[in-house]
Design a protein around this ligand. Structure first.
Ligand SMILES: Cc1ncc(COP(=O)(O)O)c(C=O)c1O
Length: 412
């Protein structure tokens, strides 16, 4: 059977009709996330590309029981639209969970359910950013956040990082030099892509700057509960709830197929984010919300977290050992204490975008550093995600990557 377009004959080019905003995103590397997701199903290469949780952590058997019960006994809620801010019963559960884990409980109107972490960032960008508004991000940072803010034509400013996370002293200099951002986006715990965390003593300083200069902190806690030792420093939201929106996701600790997260922040801001959500997908799916609530109230989430931390800690250790064994001199990397990532700097003169093709030929994949920067840095960096690589493939994958880097070094 011929497909419908072939039968129609003509194939018009729609690119000229795309909105300027959409074309700008493509020009600025919007295809990067799509390319990472496209590798999700690849089986013939060892891929350190996507920040994917390991399916071993997906609670399939428990969820099958919960889903069956919900459909049989709670269809009027679980199969219905949800309130835009999320089901009340799930918000109650989440508020209690935040109180237990972060020592602060969101009050009425200070918490909403989102469709994953990226949804919260998009809602924040849509709500706060007019074209040309300054937004400060860590350099490097999560590339989905760069795309969300760029999608609203933010003027992005990167603040460098060191072993203690965001260089708060540099941020302070930028602010005293006249920069007036509306938003600071930060991932304080086991950051994507570096694996680094914001030192506890810098957190109060960030909060102080937000108060003094009147910007909103957007704190992305995607990996905060995945510290290998099970501890976490105070969240920025719990330190400074009047100037912070916390963006959380259940993608890494429950499962990403459900698309659920949360936003906690000042009531006035959450109300405006809720209006923005009404204007996009209207609500997160009720079935997933009820499944998460039942799963969490049953104690499964906390139990699974213990197992997930152990799994990722083991993978991180295997990765660190493999890097030490196989990387050529002049290569450095971060040693993660949680999360999914290690950030590698290759010897001078090697470009990790160009290197990716040679790596693919050796059947190993990573994400080059450049797209993680708001500017033009990152040519010598690459991100490795160990989260979904089987234990027995980590050493082999890193050995192949080491060979590819050595080869590029010889060709310099
Ligand atoms: C720091 C960070 N924030 C947010 C997200 C997106 O989360 P979600 O898949 O729930 O939209 C990711 C996913 O990679 C991430 O690394």
């Amino acid at each position: 059977m011929t497909d419908v377009l072939a039968a129609a004959g003509a194939r018009p080019d729609w690119a000229g009709s795309f909105a300027r905003r959409a074309r700008a995103l493509t020009a600025q590397g919007g295809g990067e996330i799509t390319a990472i997701l496209a590798l999700a199903g690849a089986t013939d290469i060892i891929t350190f590309s996507g920040g994917f949780p390991d399916p071993e952590t997906f609670p399939a058997a428990v969820l099958a029981g919960i889903a069956g019960r919900l459909v049989a006994q709670d269809a009027a809620v679980a199969l219905q639209y949800s309130a835009t801010e999320g089901l009340r019963s799930l918000r109650d559960y989440l508020a209690g969970r935040l109180a237990r884990l972060q020592g602060a409980r969101p009050g009425p109107g200070e918490l909403m359910v989102t469709s994953g972490g990226i949804d919260c960032l998009e809602l924040v960008a849509r709500t706060f950013v007019d074209p040309g508004d300054a937004v400060v991000v860590e350099a490097p940072t999560y590339l989905g956040a760069i795309m969300a803010f760029r999608g609203h034509q933010a003027d992005l400013h990167g603040v460098p990082m060191d072993g203690g996370g965001l260089r708060v002293d540099v941020l302070a200099d930028m602010l005293s030099g006249g920069l007036r951002p509306k938003v600071l986006y930060t991932i304080p715990d086991h950051q994507n892509p570096t694996g680094l965390s914001l030192a506890a003593e810098r957190r109060a300083a960030v909060a102080e700057l937000a108060r003094r200069y009147g910007f909103l902190i957007v704190e992305d806690v995607a990996y905060a509960e995945l510290g290998f030792d099970g501890t976490a420093p105070r969240s920025l939201w719990s330190l400074a709830p009047e100037v912070t929106v916390q963006a959380g996701t259940f993608s890494k600790i429950f499962f990403p197929g459900v698309r659920l997260g949360w936003a906690a922040g000042p009531r006035q801001v959450i109300a405006q984010l809720t209006i923005a959500k009404q204007n996009s997908d209207q609500c997160a799916g009720a079935l997933g919300q009820r499944m998460l609530e039942e799963y969490g109230r049953g104690g499964h989430l906390d139990r699974q977290l213990v197992a997930s931390r152990a799994l990722y800690a083991r993978r991180a250790a295997l990765m660190t050992r493999a890097l030490a064994a196989h990387m050529p001199e002049g290569t450095t990397w971060t040693t993660p204490r949680g999360g999914f990532f290690s950030w590698v700097t290759v010897p001078a003169g090697i470009d990790t975008v160009r290197l990716a093709a040679a790596a693919r030929e050796r059947k190993v994949a990573y994400v080059p550093g450049r797209p993680f920067y708001p500017g033009r840095d990152g040519a010598r960096q690459l991100r490795l995600a160990y989260s979904r690589v089987a234990d027995d493939l980590i050493d082999e994958g890193i050995a192949r990557l080491g060979d590819v880097i050595k080869g590029a070094g010889r060709a310099r």
